[in-house]
Write a new protein. Structure first.
Length: 56
């Protein structure tokens, strides 16, 4: 007895966690914001980020 194949594939959403395109895009945007803020802090305070945080 042969089984018939489904005519349409189910539409599954990509997970919002793990190594997928959504997570990589979100991580890249967060990194760009962090880098921009670091450069802005160094520019406006006149000292490096480590000095600003009191680590140097």
């Amino acid at each position: 007895m042969t089984q018939s194949q489904p005519t349409t594939a189910p539409k599954l959403e990509d997970p919002k966690f793990g190594f997928n395109e959504y997570a990589e895009r979100l991580n890249g945007r967060a990194a760009m914001i962090g880098f921009t803020l670091t450069v802005a802090i160094e520019y406006f305070t006149g000292q490096g980020l480590l000095s600003w945080l009191g680590l140097q």
